[in-house]
Design a protein around this ligand. Structure first.
Ligand SMILES: [Zn+2]
Length: 386
């Protein structure tokens, strides 16, 4: 058997559970039955079922070590971490009026989740050979990470997994034998990876490219970033944050154009040693936290693109870090698409074939192109396009 995918996973990541409410918001008596928070366990349980069904013969599961305090402090403020530990020890709960909630297990689950991302980045750098084939490292993270900022939790995120993975890859005492000089992060989660942006905003050793809905700031204290094209990095980092807001309804064609016009030239110009993907598949149709309509086929193309880019620029060093995706069934189809693209292997599913059952809307192509034109005009100033 060849191992084509290494899945970093541990059941401890199921122990985290945010409080119920009215969808993701605090409870109100106008809702008769409190609703399970959208960051429900079924999300990742379904991805695991998909992996078993579609790739059962070619993946192995590795239980990661929880990230050490030292590794976590490469990104996060010690005072915030102390608060997080204590908040969980006290039983957790919702953070003020936000959509972010914790239980007593959240910190431990988040440490394992971060450890998964760090291990995946280490494997990508060192390469993992089995019968001459390199396995794709995939961190099946829960909780997700990309909204977590150095000094606060945000969204459904507590520790920034992808930022911790990038820092570990750049550290001389990181998990890999090889130390990276430059890391590129491609964030296709439908929300802006504001925590990742915040971590590397004044740095030129990490390129951050994010496509997202134009949701703007959603909390003055916990999420002040807008995700606009004007948030472009500062100091040494000017031009190394490339935000690409996309209008509601953007689908496969729009994301392909995003890769063609922005991701491909930016990554090629930056020439990273490692590509990390913040792989949240909540740009899918019917995602209650997104407004876009990318199908399995669209995710297949994105998977194919990142693999090609990793081969062309980073000696194949690529790791996928799971972020969001909240329609529990579609998340499996979408994530299957990503793996099909990366591995170049299409899976014929009983009853579904190679298609996507959630394919039912057309894309507003002119509007998508207009917004992409604006991003391309603005981002041309980045040193990576020089
Ligand atoms: Zn998201």
């Amino acid at each position: 058997m060849t191992t084509d995918i290494t899945v970093y996973w541990d059941d401890q990541m199921l122990d985290h559970e945010p409080p119920k409410g009215a969808f993701k918001f605090p409870f109100t008596p106008i809702v008769a039955v409190p609703e399970v928070h959208p960051d429900r366990r079924e999300r990742v349980q379904n991805i695991r079922a998909m992996l078993d069904h579609a790739f059962g013969d070619i993946f192995e599961t590795v239980s990661p070590d929880p990230a050490s305090r030292k590794a976590i402090e490469r990104v996060h403020d010690p005072d915030y971490l102390d608060w997080l530990v204590e908040f969980c020890a006290d039983g957790g709960g919702r953070i003020e009026d936000t959509t972010t909630g914790l239980n007593e297990h959240t910190y431990d689950a988040a440490r394992v989740s971060a450890g998964a991302a760090i291990a995946a980045a280490g494997q990508a750098l060192d390469g993992s050979k089995d019968d001459g084939q390199e396995a794709l490292p995939y961190a099946l993270c829960r909780p997700s990470g990309h909204h977590a900022q150095p000094d606060c939790a945000d969204g459904f995120c507590y520790l920034n997994n992808v930022a911790l993975a990038a820092e570990a890859a750049l550290a001389t005492d990181g998990p890999a034998d090889i130390t990276a000089d430059r890391v590129a992060i491609i964030d296709w989660d439908v929300h802006h990876g504001n925590g990742t942006q915040e971590t590397f905003y004044d740095r030129d050793d990490v390129l951050f490219v994010s496509a997202h809905n134009d949701h703007g700031s959603w909390h003055p204290e916990y999420h002040p970033q807008e995700g606009s094209i004007e948030e472009f990095g500062e100091g040494d980092g000017e031009g190394y944050t490339l935000n690409v807001p996309l209008p509601p309804g953007t689908g496969n064609r729009g994301y392909e154009a995003f890769f063609e016009r922005i991701v491909n030239p930016a990554i090629t110009g930056f020439d990273p040693d490692l590509i990390l993907v913040s792989a949240g598949q909540d740009a899918g149709p019917s995602d209650m936290n997104g407004r876009n309509i990318v199908t399995r086929e669209g995710f297949r193309k994105m998977g194919d693109r990142v693999q090609q880019l990793a081969d062309e620029t980073a000696d194949g060093a690529l790791a996928l870090i799971q972020e969001g995706g909240y329609q529990p069934s579609h998340l499996s189809f979408a994530t299957l698409g990503v793996f099909e693209g990366v591995l170049g292997r299409t899976v014929d599913l009983d009853g579904y074939g190679t298609g996507d059952p959630f394919e039912f809307l057309d894309e507003p192509t002119e509007l998508v192109d207009e917004w992409l034109d604006q991003a391309v005009d603005h981002h041309g100033k980045s040193p990576v396009f020089a």
